[in-house]
Design a protein around this ligand. Structure first.
Ligand code: NDP
Length: 481
C-alpha cells in the first residue's frame, strides 16, 4: 500500500509530532496501513506554505492555471485503475463503482473547473443618468480550507479543491481519516502535474484535531465542508464568530416518491440504485420510499425480490454492495434496524450482517427494506447512511408532500410520474435543494448543488463554487460627460 503522508509545501512528510493512526480496510476489518495523526502544528505549517504560495498562484495567468488543472485531470484518467483499486480497498465500495463513478468524477471535477475558470466573468452596472459606472472584481479569498467525508473520498475532495484552486486560492485540505489513500495519491499527481509547491497542502488526521485546527486558524479565510449535520453545526459555531466564509454540505433523508403512472421498469432499476448504491452511503440516496397505494402491493413484491438478488461481498469482486465504512458504523446501522422493529416497523428483507467466508471480519450488511406505518418514526426521520430504506404507501399528493417535507433535512428528492403538471407542482413545493424527476444522481456540473434546512448552507457546483471561492469587490467610478 502507498504510504500515506502529509503533503505540505510540495513535500511529503509525517506529522510533526510523529503520531500515526491505523487505517482499517472495511472489506477485511484488518489494519492495512498508517496515516499521520496531525494536529494544529501541521495545519499551521500548511497554512504558512499556502500563504506564501498565494501571491504567485493568484497572479498565475488563467491559461497556465487552466493547463495545470487540466494536466491533473489527465493524470487522474491515466491512473484510473490504481486509483479505483485504492478507493475500493480504503472505503469498501465495489471496485466497479469506483471505476465507473468515483474516479471519473474526480477527473471531471478538475477538467470542469480548468475550463470554467477561463469562462468566469464579473458584472458591470452603469448608473444611467448619473455618469457613474460600477464594475465588480472577483478576487480569490486567500488560503481556504476544504474538509471532506469518507463516503465518496476522491470525488468530494476534488469537488472542493478544484474550484478553490481554479479561483486562485491556495488550499489546506483534510480528507476523512477513514479514507486517506486517494488523497495521498492525488498529492503525487499534483506534484507530477507541476502544481507549484504550497498551492495545495493535504493534511491527514482526526476531525477533532486537524479538522478543528483548519476551522480555527485565523489565516484560513473560508471553509468548504461536507459531512454530517452535527459536525457542520459545530464548525459553524467556531467559524461564524471569526466571520469566515462557510459552505456546508450536510446530511440528507431524501424522499423517493413513486406514482402509479411512472415508467415502472426505469423507476424500479433506478430505485434499487438510489436505495443501495455505495451501501446506501451517499448523501443523495433516497432512503424514504413512498409508493402510491394502487401500485404499492406490486411494487413491494417486486422490489423485495429484486433486493434479494443483490450480491454482497468483497469490494474487489463483482458485487452490488461491498462493506460499510467501519465496525462502529455497522453497529450504528444495526441499532437503527432494531429501533425500527421496536417502533412497529416490519423488516421485509435484510436486517442482518453478512458473513463473507473469505473476509469474516469485514463490515458487511444485508440490503434492508423496512415497511413502516408512521413516517414520524425515528428510522424515517434520522439519517442512517447505510443500506436501509423505509417503505410506505400514500393516497394523495397532499399527503405524500407533507410526509416528504416532515424531516429536518432538505437535500434532494426524487419523483416518479409521467404527469408533467404534477411534477412541476411537486418541484415547487418540495423542501429540498435538488429535485430529480424520473431520474436520480443525474448531475450536470454547471448546476447548483446543495441543500436547505439541516442539509446545509450555500451551494457548490459550476459558477456557484467559483463565486463562493472569490470575494466580490465593487468599484464605482464617477465621470464627467
Ligand atoms: P463527519 O461530519 O463525521 O466528518 C466529515 C469530515 O469532517 C471528516 O473529514 C472529519 O474528519 C471532519 N471533522 C470531524 N469533526 C471535525 C471538526 N470538529 N472540525 C473540522 N472537521 C471535522 O461526516 P462523515 O465523514 O461521517 O460523513 C458522513 C456524512 O456526510 C453524512 O451525514 C452525509 O450525509 C454527509 N455528506 C453530505 C454530502 C452533501 O453533499 N451534502 C455528501 C456526502 C456526505 P474525520 O473523519 O477524520 O474525523
Amino acid at each position: 500500500m502507498a504510504r500515506v503522508q502529509n503533503y505540505i509545501n510540495g513535500e511529503f512528510q509525517d506529522a510533526l509530532n510523529g503520531a500515526t493512526l491505523d487505517n482499517i480496510e472495511p472489506g477485511t476489518g484488518a489494519i492495512y496501513g498508517q496515516l499521520p495523526e496531525s494536529d494544529a502544528q501541521d495545519i499551521d505549517l500548511a497554512q504558512t506554505a499556502a500563504q506564501k504560495a498565494f501571491s504567485t498562484w493568484r497572479n498565475t495567468t488563467l491559461e497556465e492555471r487552466s493547463a495545470i488543472l487540466g494536466r491533473i485531470a489527465d493524470l487522474i484518467d491515466e491512473q484510473r485503475e490504481p486509483l479505483a483499486k485504492a478507493e475500493s480497498r480504503d472505503n469498501g465500495k465495489p471496485l466497479a463503482l469506483a471505476m465507473s463513478v468515483d474516479i471519473p468524477r474526480a477527473s471531471s471535477n478538475f477538467r470542469f473547473f480548468a475550463q470554467a475558470l477561463t469562462q468566469f466573468s464579473s458584472e458591470a452596472h452603469e448608473s444611467v443618468g448619473k455618469n457613474t459606472i460600477n464594475f465588480t472584481l472577483r478576487h480569490p479569498i486567500g488560503v481556504v480550507g476544504c474538509i471532506s467525508p469518507w463516503n465518496l473520498p476522491l470525488y468530494l475532495f476534488t469537488w472542493k479543491i478544484a474550484p478553490a484552486l481554479a479561483a486562485g486560492n491556495t488550499v489546506v485540505a483534510k480528507p476523512s481519516e477513514l479514507t486517506p489513500v486517494t488523497a495521498h495519491l492525488l498529492a503525487e499527481i499534483c506534484q507530477k502535474a507541476g502544481l507549484p509547491a504550497g498551492v495545495l497542502n493535504i493534511v491527514h488526521g482526526n476531525g477533532s484535531s486537524a479538522g478543528q485546527a483548519i476551522v480555527e486558524h485565523p489565516g484560513i479565510k473560508a471553509v468548504s465542508f461536507t459531512g454530517g449535520t452535527k459536525t457542520g453545526a459545530h464548525i459553524a459555531s467556531v467559524a461564524a464568530p471569526m466571520f469566515k466564509k462557510l459552505s456546508l454540505e450536510l446530511g440528507g433523508k431524501n424522499p423517493n416518491i413513486i406514482f402509479a403512472d411512472c415508467d415502472y421498469d426505469k423507476m424500479m432499476a433506478t430505485t434499487l440504485k438510489s436505495s443501495f448504491a455505495n451501501q446506501g452511503q451517499i448523501c443523495l440516496c433516497g432512503s424514504r420510499i413512498f409508493v402510491e397505494r394502487d401500485l404499492y402491493a406490486s411494487f413491494k413484491t417486486d422490489f423485495v425480490s429484486r433486493v434479494a438478488k443483490l450480491k454482497v461481498g468483497p469490494p474487489s469482486d463483482s458485487v452490488d454492495l461491498g462493506a460499510v465504512i467501519s465496525s462502529d458504523h455497522q453497529q450504528k446501522i444495526l441499532s437503527y434496524i432494531d429501533q425500527a422493529k421496536a417502533e412497529g416497523g416490519e423488516v421485509l428483507i435484510g436486517g442482518n450482517t453478512v458473513n463473507v467466508p473469505e473476509c469474516p471480519n469485514g463490515f458487511y450488511l444485508e440490503p434492508t427494506v423496512i415497511e413502516i406505518k408512521d413516517h414520524h418514526c425515528k428510522v424515517a426521520q434520522e439519517e442512517i447512511f447505510g443500506p436501509v430504506v423505509t417503505l410506505m404507501p400514500f393516497d394523495s399528493e397532499q399527503e405524500v408532500l407533507a410526509m416528504a417535507n416532515s424531516v429536518p433535512y432538505g437535500l434532494s428528492a426524487s419523483l416518479w410520474t409521467s404527469n408533467i403538471d404534477r411534477s412541476m407542482r411537486f418541484a415547487q413545493q418540495i423542501e429540498s435543494g435538488i429535485v430529480w424527476v424520473n431520474t436520480w444522481l443525474n448531475r450536470d456540473l454547471r448546476t447548483p448543488f446543495g441543500g436547505i434546512k439541516a442539509s446545509g448552507v450555500g451551494r457548490e457546483g459550476g459558477l456557484e463554487a467559483l463565486r463562493f471561492f472569490t470575494e466580490p469587490k465593487n468599484i464605482c467610478i464617477s465621470y464627467q460627460s
